[in-house]
Design a binder for this molecule. Structure first.
Ligand SMILES: *[C@@H]1O[C@H](CO)[C@@H](O)[C@H](O)[C@H]1NC(C)=O
Ligand SMILES: [Mg+2]
Length: 404
């Protein structure tokens, strides 16, 4: 009798335990159902990207392509979107070089965030350029023509004098020294891209040039990082500028500093630019073919006063001032030093230099495919050590092994 009761109790316990297991499994798999962000839920709770109908993909035909499997969760990141865009200056003939860049930016970053992309050109974009780039960009694409006055000689420039400079630089074999269009480009990137009507609607930009590479995943919103950390300008590579292209840029800058002391910020990065407190320029600059920055800062009175002063001095045409030293000097004098950021984790290549993150853990975590030996940061011709020093930042672990 007693053993019969015990067996009966055991059955009840087993049954109860079994029900509890079933309940646990079913409730935890409910929690694991993917949730959609900015999309809708398709048939049977399968999430689909906004704007796509599940019907189109629902019945793949075996043995044919395209043969997509329906119902994969969207790879889009959640959270608030920033008021931001990519921006590329490109000619129609740059299509396949910019396509390569876009593909890498999308794979490593933007497919998760779907930011817009603005393309600017001094000529109208052709249909092929638009068709291909629109297909590659996950966000909305915009195509703009550069107004004539942003891509031509201003009337105060002496054309003869400018031509003689180009002939002389050609003889001295200075890179792009004889090019008119390169000068228009440098002046446009220095003073006008952020004033373009298509750019006015945005607060943040990320500049992308043709034929760049990104070697690591970027798993967070770099624009939001900039905003949250009060950054205004950023870089991945820095180096010394060719002296021959900017012989009087520092004289013009000193003249501007004297005329506009109100724009020179306390706690700036003068130590990055000068080894003698501002008397001479050491030619350090951040490479501007990669930039994530704040457009409202570039449109500020401080920055536009600086650009206008340089423009009037004529060095974009009488020398060959690049937009990299112009942006760098402006960021170093008109911003607090904490407002400039070095992205060690954004791995980047633009001929001929590579930034590959220092620190093996970073490279493995971010699935990087760059060779750490190619990293330029700690070599003699880089200014990144100087940036770390003036900001009191520790160099990343492992930098000693990459100094030559
Ligand atoms: C984005 O930024 C621009 C420039 O600051 C501003 O004019 C525009 O109103 C902003 N848009 C939104 C949606 O906040
Ligand atoms: Mg380039």
């Amino acid at each position: 009798m007693a053993s019969g009761t015990a067996r009966y109790l055991r059955y009840i316990l087993f049954a109860f335990f079994g029900l509890a297991v079933i309940y646990f499994i079913s409730s935890s798999s409910n929690q694991r159902l993917p949730t959609t962000i900015g999309g809708s839920t398709g048939w049977g709770g399968i999430p689909v990207k906004a704007g796509t109908t599940p019907a189109a993909d629902a019945h793949p035909v075996a043995g044919t392509t395209p043969n997509t499997i329906p119902g994969l969760p969207p790879a889009t990141a959640g959270g608030p979107r920033m008021n931001a865009t990519f921006v590329s200056l490109a000619r129609n003939s740059d299509l396949w070089e910019i396509a390569r860049s876009i593909r890498q930016v999308e794979d490593r970053f933007n497919r998760k965030f779907n930011y817009d992309w603005v393309f600017l050109n001094d000529k109208p974009f052709d249909a092929t350029f638009k068709k291909v780039t629109t297909s590659l960009v996950s966000g909305t694409t915009h195509y703009g023509e550069i107004p004539k006055e942003h891509w031509s000689f201003p009337d105060f420039i002496d054309q003869d004098k400018a031509r003689k400079v180009r002939e002389d630089m050609a003889q001295r074999k200075i890179i792009y020294g004889d090019s008119v269009s390169y000068r228009h480009m440098c002046r446009f990137e220095s003073g006008f891209f952020f004033q373009h009507p298509l750019m006015k609607q945005f607060e943040w930009y990320w500049r992308v040039e043709p034929s760049i590479e990104l070697f690591c995943d970027i798993n967070y919103d770099a624009f939001k990082f900039m905003a949250d950390n009060k950054k205004k300008y950023s870089f991945v590579l820095s180096l010394y500028e060719y002296v021959e292209t900017i012989p009087t840029l520092w004289e013009s800058t000193k003249k501007f500093m004297k005329a506009h002391p109100e724009h020179i910020v306390e706690g700036n990065s003068m130590g990055f630019l000068s080894d003698d407190g501002g008397d001479t320029y050491n030619h350090c600059h951040m490479w501007s073919n990669f930039e994530i920055g704040n457009l409202d800062w570039l449109r500020s009175k401080a920055y536009t006063d600086y650009f206008d002063a340089l423009d009037k001095d004529g060095g974009f045409f009488y020398e060959r001032w690049g937009d990299a030293p112009v942006h760098s000097i402006a960021a170093s004098l008109l911003l607090k030093k904490e407002e400039i950021h070095f992205f060690n984790d954004i791995a980047y290549y633009h001929v001929p230099f590579t930034h590959c993150p220092t620190g093996e853990k970073t490279r493995l975590d971010l699935k990087c495919h760059c060779n750490p030996k190619d990293n330029f940061d700690w070599k003699g011709y880089s200014c990144t050590s100087r940036y770390m020093e003036i900001n009191g930042l520790e160099k990343p672990e492992g930098y000693e092994n990459q100094q030559d």
